[in-house]
Ligand binder design. Structure first.
Ligand code: SF4
Ligand code: SF4
Length: 119
């Protein structure tokens, strides 16, 4: 009996303790967070010279480089940031886009074509 009273009081105390605090969650999707500066979200590539460094340091094999294309498979990517860190040309960046859930798996394959140059 004493235990029941003790735990009831404890749970009431816990409820009251949090009653006047600000919520730690947002009413998604009406409200969204602004990702912090170093957030690792959707990858973009610009100015790549096809050196292959990022492919070598990618632990999940998410990067494929062909003669004409640079392909990132976001289904495999674990957003570790290695590719961005080691790219000698700062050509690959993890941005702040985090809403990547989709029922279209093909849209998670990012394909960048290399500029062929000349006529
Ligand atoms: S993104 Fe950077 S590291 Fe990767 S192939 Fe291009 S230039 Fe090299
Ligand atoms: S963030 Fe990590 S897992 Fe994703 S492509 Fe870059 S190196 Fe690979």
């Amino acid at each position: 009996m004493l235990n029941k009273i003790k735990y009831t009081l404890l749970s009431m105390f816990t409820v009251f303790k949090h009653l006047f605090k600000n919520p730690v969650t947002l009413e998604y999707p009406e409200k969204r967070i602004t990702p912090p500066e170093k957030f690792r979200g959707k990858i973009s590539v610009s100015g790549c010279v096809s050196c292959g460094t990022c492919r070598k340091v990618c632990p999940s094999g998410a990067i494929e480089i062909t003669e004409n294309e640079f392909i990132i498979d976001l289904k495999k990517c674990i957003f570790c940031g290695n590719c961005q860190f080691y790219c000698p040309h700062k050509a690959i960046k993890l941005g702040d886009e985090y809403e990547l859930a989709t029922d279209n798996q093909d849209s998670l394959k990012l394909v960048y074509e290399f500029y062929k140059g000349g006529e």
